[in-house]
Ligand binder design. Structure first.
Ligand code: PAF
Length: 284
């Protein structure tokens, strides 16, 4: 595996591959890699000739400086894991490489997609995501880029961004990986104590309950039942919404295919997010 730190090194490695018409799969990450990231890499290896992973804790997407400071950084373990999983290139740029003086963020109009849920509770978060992901896409010019479904709203934002900026690549969404307990894998889980790891299971439990209730009740009633179930937990709910899979508008009376429940909650100090499709895409 080749380690790349500068844009020049990146370009020197990738340009010849592009000229030969090889398919390049890109997995952007902020490090603290876990099986969720590995599943993205495996998918990229199946579909592409070369796989590049970036590790960059992007400061512009953290609205809370403490969260940025406490974000887990495990670079040597990450690199070992990437080697074991057959990654071809890892790009580890510095902040000044990604945000040189005079850098201008690309602008997209995301309207409601960025103003609900994560966008509402983490103002500026998606501006930071758009800023860095568009920059990576311009530099790496991958054939396909891989994102985890756990960041459901991020996927919607990136898909819309790619459409508006007309960036020629395919976005591939990979299913959320879960611990045997059901807890969605996340770099933030590293910050949970043993007890909190047990308590956090309520997040996936309430989503599964939602799937069952959705067979009988309307979205509004399902949501009410889910919120009441969650009230008895040790976690502090930030939001729980049932939304349309593309517009992210809240659903009230009627179900649509792909209707998804999205949740954010604090387990102690750690903010966790998750989501689950309550109605399959293929039926209504
Ligand atoms: O999902 C993440 O880890 C980050 O938001 C991403 C896509 C790597 C951009 O910094």
């Amino acid at each position: 595996m080749v380690k790349l730190h500068s844009i020049k090194e990146l370009e020197d490695q990738l340009q010849p591959l592009r000229e030969k018409g090889y398919k390049v799969g890109f997995v952007p990450t902020m490090g603290a890699l876990h099986e969720g990231h590995i599943s993205l890499i495996k998918q990229a290896k199946l579909e592409c000739d070369h796989v590049i992973v970036s590790i960059f804790v992007n400061p512009t997407q953290f609205n809370n400086p403490k969260d940025l400071e406490q974000y887990p950084r495990t670079e040597s373990e990450d690199i070992a894991l990437l080697r074991q999983n057959g990654c071809d290139f890892v790009f580890l740029p510095s902040v000044s490489e990604m945000y040189p003086e005079g850098h201008k963020a690309e602008k997209v109009d995301l309207d409601h997609i960025e103003n609900t849920m994560e966008g509402k509770h983490r103002p500026g978060h998606f501006d930071g995501v758009v800023n860095i992901v568009s920059r990576f896409f311009r530099l790496v010019q991958p054939t396909k880029a891989y994102f985890g479904r756990k960041d459901f709203q991020q996927v919607a934002v990136v898909v819309e961004m790619v459409k508006q900026l007309k960036i020629p690549l395919e976005i591939v969404v990979v299913e959320t990986m879960r611990n045997p307990s059901g807890l969605a894998m996340s770099s933030r889980n590293l910050r949970l104590s043993e007890q909190e790891l047990e308590q956090a299971v309520v997040i996936s439990q309430v989503l599964h309950k939602g799937q069952a209730w959705a067979k009988t009740y309307s979205p509004a009633n399902t949501l009410g039942k889910m919120k009441r179930y969650f009230e008895d937990s040790a976690l502090k709910l930030e939001y729980l919404q049932i939304v349309h899979p593309e517009t992210l508008n809240d659903l009230n009376q009627y179900w649509v295919p792909g209707a998804t429940a999205c949740i954010a909650a604090f387990c102690g100090e750690v903010r966790l997010i998750d989501n689950m499709e309550l109605v399959p895409l293929e039926e209504n």
